[in-house]
Design a protein around this ligand. Structure first.
Ligand code: NAD
Length: 433
């Protein structure tokens, strides 16, 4: 992980600032995280040894409400990465007009190397270490890379033990039986799907004539591949951390999902067995997947996948960022020059945090919605905000990414100004509408 990820993320902000008229106070405010916490988590391993893991939680900005963001378990987790992801969450929540600020957390580890009991002790230990930093009205964690509903359930349970109150609203992405929301498991991909559908209809493109490659076959990637394939798009390539498969006439995504689930091995997506017979395919590398000549490329794995090194080989016409930060700012500028349309993470993958918000609302009201209600409300939000960002991009002749930041900055600027600005105090100008 580059130690300049945060500096790179901040460049997106600088670009958008040219198109907004918000107070200098607001700009200054958004340059720094509100609070950052680094913790050591001691875990008794199954063999009796003691191992200390490094964990982080950053609350970037809470002007618009309690902070919200996932917890990542990955060997590359660092304070720089967590801070960058918390920064993106601030803008993502503003883009979707959720009453939340941005946060993120993570633990540096290889989760595949831990047993389930070690993972539980680690997850509970993380909550022990950050309990004073989170809460349903302070900061609400959620799942991210290599964290799942089971882990969220342990975290909620541990927080409830510490506070001696059952507190489902402290964590989202929980199992349904202990306060999770229907539709949360598919929300990120479902939200991305609504954005893709909306954009494809604007540019008059039909699913069967549209080829798609998806990088990453986890919570987000496998579901978006499935939704697109069911809607008639031709998903020609998918990958996981071990490699990729490609079939010109389209892959059988449900079979690949089923096969991967049943074998539970990361290599299963290679179709080493029966799935091979369903669709003829070839094995390619992740790098090859990114540079396929497809209409839509969906990076749904990790950040920094399209960089200066490979950007000139990208042939996709449209890129929908389901992963957070998969394109570096240098590569982003080159894609823009080359006329490749990029639809940004802070809009495209915001379905996850939107249904997390729905889960938090349901937890606090104690009244639970049907799957249809969740998906219908999600569609409404995703379509509404996509249309607004599309309108800004057209009006100002700027990229969808810059337009999304402009949209978020306007909302953040207004909220920060509501607490008073220099103009208000020194010049007597009232900037609050
Ligand atoms: P996940 O752990 O379920 O899946 C990650 C997938 O990426 C796995 O299939 C893994 O094998 C694959 N992968 C890892 N390194 C890879 C590489 N170099 N090349 C190709 N594939 C690789 O994680 P997820 O929840 O699906 O998250 C994926 C991305 O989506 C992350 O950037 C995450 O921040 C973002 N995201 C997720 C959610 C959510 O609700 N799950 C919400 C918003 C954003």
């Amino acid at each position: 992980m580059s130690d300049t990820l945060f500096a790179d993320a901040s460049k997106r902000l600088e670009k958008a600032l040219k198109y907004v008229s918000i107070s200098e106070d607001a700009i200054e405010h958004l340059k720094f995280p509100k609070a950052s916490l680094a913790v050591s988590i001691p875990v008794r391993m199954d063999d009796g040894s003691l191992k200390i893991f490094q964990g982080y939680r950053v609350r970037y900005d809470d002007t618009r409400g309690p902070t919200k963001g996932g917890v990542r378990y990955h060997p590359n987790v660092s304070m720089d990465e967590v801070q960058s992801l918390a920064f993106w969450m601030t803008f993502k929540c503003a883009v979707l007009n959720l009453p939340f600020g941005g946060a993120k957390g993570g633990i540096t580890l290889n989760p595949k190397a831990l047993s389930r009991m070690e993972l539980e002790r680690l997850s509970r230990g993380y909550v022990n270490a950050i309990a004073d930093f989170i809460g349903p009205d302070i900061d609400i964690p959620a799942p991210d890379v290599y964290t799942n509903p089971m882990i969220m359930g342990w975290m909620m349970d541990q927080y409830s033990i510490i506070t001696r109150k059952v507190t489902p609203g402290v964590v989202t992405g929980k199992p349904i039986s202990i306060g999770g929301s229907l539709g949360r498991d598919t929300a990120t991909a479902m939200g991305a799907f609504f954005v893709i559908e909306n954009i494809m209809s604007k540019i008059d493109r039909s699913p069967p004539e549209t080829t798609v490659a998806v990088q990453g076959f986890g919570n987000a990637g496998a579901v978006i591949a499935d939704l697109l394939s069911k809607a008639g798009y031709k998903v020609v390539a998918v990958s996981d951390s071990q490699g990729a498969v490609y079939a010109k006439k389209g892959l059988d995504i449900p079979s690949i999902r089923q096969y991967k689930l049943s074998s539970r091995g990361m290599k299963a997506v290679y179709c080493e067995d029966t799935v091979c017979n369903i669709v003829e395919h070839e094995s390619i590398s992740n790098e090859e997947l990114l540079t396929l000549d497809v209409d839509i490329l969906v990076p749904a794995a990790l950040e920094n996948q399209i960089t200066e090194a490979n950007v000139n080989n990208i042939k996709a016409r449209y890129i929908f960022e389901v992963a957070n930060g998969p394109i570096t700012s240098v590569a982003d500028a080159i894609l823009e020059q080359r006329g490749i349309s990029v639809f940004p993470d802070i809009l495209v993958n915001a379905g996850g945090v939107t249904v997390s918000y729905f889960e938090w609302v349901q937890n606090r009201s104690g009244f639970y919605w049907t799957l249809e209600e969740v998906n219908q409300r999600l569609r409404q939000k995703m379509v509404e905000e996509t249309n607004q960002i599309w309108g800004i991009a057209q009006e100002l002749s700027i990229s969808m990414r810059t337009a999304a930041y402009v949209h978020a900055l306007n909302r953040l600027g207004e909220a920060i100004s509501a607490k008073g600005t220099r103009d208000y105090y020194v010049n007597g100008k009232v900037s609050v509408p």
